[in-house]
Design a protein around this ligand. Structure first.
Ligand code: CIR
Length: 268
């Protein structure tokens, strides 16, 4: 297993993109750095044998900690994206050189005007990918991803005004199923569930969670990292055997619209 992360830049609190006005949600840089360090430590604990690749620190790229948007793990390699936010496109170079140096094989390519944010790509294992059509991700990019991976892609609009697909839904594997924000239930039931090859049951079912942040979990080996509000449905899910649940808190990064999956890319 190889895990990619990137240090939190010193420009994060002042300049990371955020949909909340900064005066409503000022970011505490030191707290964000401490939370990110805890997150990386939790990944290391969960995967002690993994190779950790840290892309170079880049204080001139305020959103660069969100590596998920830059590289997508494919069955036999990596696809580098063209992120949909122009201010983030220079993030690719540092991630690309770090991953190629680590020996990963590049797969596929995007051509202008296509753009792709990895936050819109949910891997469903050998079933393929669920890809969100957002303001950051184009249909042509979903097609290019399918060709690069040699796997089917199901392309769906992102729910409501979510930034990314994985702002609303992630997959904890066949034992624990999909986790979806309650606010996206109607979207899931009408736009996703009927079209999933094999249906929802084949993916282990779905649990709806009142807190959208909690619906974004990172699965690393046998460990699941989670954050946000707990609730009985989530507690029941965590009580099922098969995963060790580890709570982390990244609420400072959430102010810049980042959830847990955003800060790493896991190559199994
Ligand atoms: C952005 O707007 O691009 C960043 N502030 C947040 C990116 C979060 N990434 C993700 O959900 N995959």
């Amino acid at each position: 297993m190889l895990i990619l992360t990137r240090p939190l830049p010193r420009s994060f609190a002042e300049a990371a993109l955020s949909r909340s006005p900064r005066d409503q949600a000022p970011i505490d840089q030191a707290r964000a750095e401490a939370q990110h360090a805890d997150y990386v430590a939790a990944l290391r604990e969960a995967a002690p044998d993994a190779v950790f690749v840290e892309a170079p620190a880049a204080d001139d790229l305020p959103d660069c900690v969100f590596v998920e948007d830059i590289a997508v793990a494919l069955p036999r390699g990596v696809m580098f994206t063209t992120p949909g936010a122009v201010s983030r496109q220079a993030e690719v170079e540092g991630v690309r050189s770090a991953l190629l140096r680590a020996g990963l094989q590049p797969r596929g390519a995007l051509s202008p005007p296509d753009t792709l944010d990895g936050g819109d790509v949910l891997s469903l294992g050998d079933r393929g990918f669920l890809v969100g059509h957002s303001r950051r991700t184009t249909p042509g990019a979903a097609q290019a991803l399918s060709e690069a991976a040699g796997l089917p892609v199901m392309f769906v609009p992102v729910p409501g005004d979510e930034l990314h697909l994985k702002s609303a839904i992630t997959w904890a594997g066949p034992t624990h199923g999909l986790l979806c924000a309650e606010s996206a239930r109607r979207w899931f039931e009408s736009t996703v569930a009927p079209y999933l090859p094999g249906g929802v049951a084949d993916l282990g079912g779905v649990t709806f969670l009142a807190d959208a942040l909690a619906a974004n979990v990172v699965i690393v080996g046998e460990t699941a990292l989670w954050q946000g509000e707990d609730c009985p449905a989530f507690a029941a899910l965590r009580a099922k055997p098969g995963l060790l649940w580890r709570r982390v808190n990244m609420d400072e990064l959430a102010k810049a619209d980042g959830a847990l999956t955003c800060c790493s890319v896991i190559f199994p």
